[in-house]
Ligand binder design. Structure first.
Ligand SMILES: O=C(O)CCC(=O)C(=O)O
Ligand SMILES: [Fe+2]
Length: 318
C-alpha cells in the first residue's frame, strides 16, 4: 500500500476572515503538492446526500437506458460516456469507469445544452444546485490563488465568466479480474482547478516530486482540489499540475464500487492563457512564449484522451 500524502487541511472559513492567510495556505499546499484539501466548504449536507443518491440511481439504470444519453459527438462533455471509452494520454488500456457530465443549468448563448435523465425527476434540481455550490467554492479558491500570486482578488472572475466548467459523476464498478487496466490511469487534469467530492473511498494517488505514488486520503466530507494544466501553464509551473491516478482496490474491497464527483473549472473558451509576468524570473524563463486560447488547448487534449476523434483519423489519412 502506498504511503499517504501529508497534505494540510485548509479551512474555507479563512477565505472570509483572513484572506491573506487563506491565500498563503492554499499557495503553499498547491506549490508543494499541486493538491489542496479544503474543509468547511459549507456545501449543505442534505444536498450532498441527495446528489449522491441521484448519482447512484443513475448508474444503477440498465446500460441500454444509459446508452440513450451517449453522444460521442459531444466528446463526453454532456450526458453519458460508457465504460471503456476514456483513457489516460498514451495509456495501453482504457479506464475502468463510466461517467456522466453536465454544464451550468442555464441557457447561456452558445453553451452546449445539458441532457437530463427523464427517469430521475430529482436529478436536475440536485445537480443544478450542486453546480452552483462548486462555482461558489471554486471562485473562493481562485481568489486565494490570485492573492497568493500577487494579483487582484477578482482577477479570475472575468476569466471564468461564461466558462465551460463541467461536473462529472464517476462510477468505477467492482473490479472483477486482476490484470488489464486500472480505474483511472495516470493523468493530469486539463482545467484551471478540479474540485473533487467523494474521494473517501481509497484509490486516488498523486505522484510527488520524487516520483513516489502517495495516497490522497481526505477527511470525511472535505474537498480535494488540484491544479490543472491550464493553471500550470498560466503560472509557468509555479503551481504544478500533478499527475494522479485511481488504483484498483485491494482484494478485500474489490467487490465495492467507487463513486466520485470532480468539478472541472474552466475559463471561458476565448480566454487567452498567457504566462503571468509575476511567474517569470531569473532562472525561470517563460516556458510558453506563445499564448493559447482555452478552446484550442482543450481541443488538443480531448483528442489525446480519446474523447474526440482527430479529424485526420476520420478521413483515414492519419
Ligand atoms: O475519482 C477520482 O477520485 C479522481 C478522478 C479524476 O482524477 C478525474 O476524473 O480527472
Ligand atoms: Fe483527474
Amino acid at each position: 500500500m502506498s504511503a499517504t500524502a501529508d497534505i494540510p487541511v485548509v479551512s474555507l472559513d479563512l477565505h472570509a476572515h483572513d484572506a491573506d492567510r487563506f491565500g498563503a495556505a492554499l499557495g503553499d499546499t498547491f506549490r508543494r503538492f499541486g493538491f489542496a484539501v479544503v474543509a468547511d466548504h459549507a456545501i449543505p449536507v442534505p444536498l450532498l446526500a441527495e446528489a449522491d443518491a441521484q448519482m447512484r440511481a443513475l448508474f444503477a439504470l440498465p446500460v441500454e437506458v444509459k446508452r440513450a444519453w451517449y453522444r460521442p459527438d459531444l466528446a463526453g462533455a454532456r450526458g453519458y460516456t460508457p465504460f471503456g471509452i476514456e483513457g489516460a494520454k498514451g495509456a495501453a488500456h482504457r479506464d475502468l469507469k463510466e461517467f456522466w457530465q453536465m454544464g451550468r443549468d442555464e441557457e447561456s448563448p452558445g453553451a452546449m445544452a445539458n441532457l437530463w435523465p427523464a427517469q430521475l425527476p430529482g436529478f436536475r434540481p440536485a445537480f443544478a444546485a450542486l453546480f452552483g455550490e462548486f462555482e461558489r467554492v471554486g471562485a473562493a479558491v481562485l481568489s486565494g490563488v490570485a492573492r497568493h500570486l500577487g494579483l487582484a482578488d477578482d482577477w479570475f472572475v472575468d476569466a471564468v465568466t461564461g466558462g465551460n466548467s463541467t461536473l462529472r459523476l464517476l462510477h468505477y464498478p467492482p473490479v472483477e479480474i486482476e490484470g488489464a487496466g486500472v480505474r483511472a490511469g495516470a493523468h493530469e487534469d486539463i482545467d484551471l482547478v478540479t474540485l473533487l467530492l467523494g474521494a473517501e473511498e481509497a484509490g486516488l494517488e498523486l505522484r510527488d516530486r520524487e516520483g513516489r505514488w502517495l495516497a490522497v486520503r481526505p477527511p470525511e466530507g472535505a474537498l480535494v482540489i488540484n491544479v490543472g494544466d491550464m493553471l500550470q501553464r498560466l503560472t509557468n509551473h509555479v503551481l504544478p499540475s500533478t499527475t494522479h491516478r485511481v488504483v484498483n482496490p485491494p482484494e478485500t474491497r474489490r467487490g465495492i464500487a467507487r463513486y466520485s464527483m470532480p468539478f472541472f473549472l474552466h475559463p471561458r473558451p476565448d480566454f487567452l492563457i498567457r504566462t503571468l509576468p509575476q511567474c517569470i524570473g531569473v532562472g525561470e524563463p517563460d516556458r510558453y512564449p506563445e499564448p493559447i486560447t482555452e478552446r484550442a488547448f482543450l481541443e488538443q487534449r480531448l483528442y489525446e484522451i480519446g474523447l474526440k476523434k482527430n479529424p485526420k483519423e476520420e478521413l483515414g489519412v492519419n
